[in-house]
Design a binder for this molecule. Structure first.
Ligand code: PLP
Length: 405
């Protein structure tokens, strides 16, 4: 017998990132942290390998009153000032047909979208190389995660994506597909405009057969090296009636506010009736699961954006880290090329991932650990978190890794 229901009986969370981080910490105690390369955690660390919490975020936070911190949010969908700030932060002056719901991080946005879009037993399309919790969430909601192949050669595998979309449409008359872009976790790839255009043209055609929902996870958007990346959203201005894009946004990386658990789900569609229904369903999910979102952080986000001096200070501080990430990537990628280390297409962001077959992965992962190099296992690869390793330790790392292959 079991006390659990049939869906929950057997669920067990094994988080590969935290597991690897624990090993790295043990090695630091044993061998001294200066001798350990801890490339496990997907959070930003500075050049002294100290956890980075932006002063431009956490100093103004102190000015928020205790009452505001203690209070519930101004509504289940999120504080109105937060929702308008999310819109402006992402879309600036663009006119897009949207509704927004505050969520507990990007995770809340992704999970609630899967929950409200798919019936149990239906298929969720997700990238073959991607953020682990997409699988966890699929299981949680009783849906089947099916991979589209992410890369062919040096870019997005557009043919496979189209084929998988068509198969799922033929099977269930409706498609929900996750795309994590820009600064994809774990490869660091950012799709080209042409790739996006080809996807949207195809989606537009396929949507004549049934509804298509693209769930775009933009957790790392504010760390793109392209200052104009957000112009991408213009592409969603003229989507046909049968298409909805749901954007999963997060303050975790954007503000170095991982623990605050604030994000948003933003639906875009020209179909007003469906947009209203989506919003009603999401607010219902909010009330029945997390209830309301952290009031003080929503307040802070609006304050940061609307006060020019605070906003400028934030942009300055963040841009230093965007540059630092680029410097770290330049060091590692240049040396990886010299060493002929295979890695997935990389453009920018927090991570780079070595291409390693699943068959060899575990052994190499362990050999690296024996040499005090800590990575995270992903599908056919080992992820290196550039966000958490200093430039100093990245120098010579490719060579050390090569010696372990
Ligand atoms: N999506 C991706 C690809 C991520 O890497 C993360 C965080 O690591 C998230 C979404 C969501 O993070 P959070 O729920 O903290 O906003």
């Amino acid at each position: 017998m079991t006390f659990l229901n049939s869906l929950s009986d057997g669920k067990k969370m094994t988080d590969k990132v935290f597991k690897a981080a624990v090993k790295a910490n043990e090695a630091k105690i044993k061998h001294g942290s200066e001798n350990v390369v801890d490339a496990t955690l997907g959070t930003l660390f500075d050049e002294t390998e100290t956890f980075c919490a932006f002063d431009s975020v956490w100093e103004p936070y102190k000015s928020i009153s205790n009452i505001q911190k203690a209070k519930y949010a101004g509504g289940i969908p999120g504080n109105p000032s937060y929702l308008t700030t999310v819109y402006k932060w992402l879309f600036k002056d663009l006119t897009l047909h949207t509704k927004i719901v505050a969520t507990p991080g990007g995770a809340g946005a992704v999970s609630a979208t899967i929950h409200n879009i798919l019936d149990p037993g239906q298929i969720l399309l997700k990238p073959s190389l991607g953020w682990g919790p997409y699988n966890t969430m699929a299981t949680e909601h009783g849906v089947k995660a099916v991979d589209y192949n992410l890369f062919s050669d040096d870019g997005f595998d557009i043919d496979n994506f189209k084929q998988k979309l068509a198969n799922v449409m033929a099977k269930q008359g409706k498609v929900l597909a996750i795309i994590n872009d820009p600064c994809h976790n774990p490869s660091g790839y950012t799709m080209t405009e042409d790739e996006w255009d080809e996807i949207l043209t195809y989606v537009d055609m396929l949507a004549q057969r049934g509804p298509i929902i693209i769930l775009q996870d933009i957790a790392y958007i504010d760390f793109s090296t392209n200052p104009d990346w957000k112009k991408h959203f213009k592409k969603y201005q003229n989507l046909s009636d049968n298409i909805m894009v749901v954007i999963a946004f997060s303050l975790s990386k954007t503000l170095t506010a991982y623990g605050a658990r604030v994000g948003a789900a933003i639906a875009i569609t020209s179909n007003q009736k469906e947009l209203d229904k989506w919003h009603d369903a999401m607010v219902y999910t909010a009330r029945s699961t997390w209830s309301t979102i952290n009031n003080s952080m929503m307040t802070l986000f609006a304050k940061l954006y609307n006060d020019k001096s605070l906003y400028d200070a934030y942009l300055n501080e963040k841009s230093k880290y965007v540059s630092l990430l680029k410097e770290r990537a330049d060091i590692f990628i240049k040396e990886a090329d010299q060493e002929n280390l295979p890695y997935y297409p990389f453009v920018e962001g927090f991570f780079v991932t070595l291409r390693i077959d699943n068959a060899d992965k575990e052994a190499i992962y362990k050999r690296l650990q024996d040499n005090n190099i800590f990575t995270v296992q992903v599908n056919n690869g080992l992820r290196i978190a550039l966000c958490s390793v200093s430039k100093n330790k990245l120098k010579g790392l490719a060579k050390k890794i090569k010696a372990c292959l």
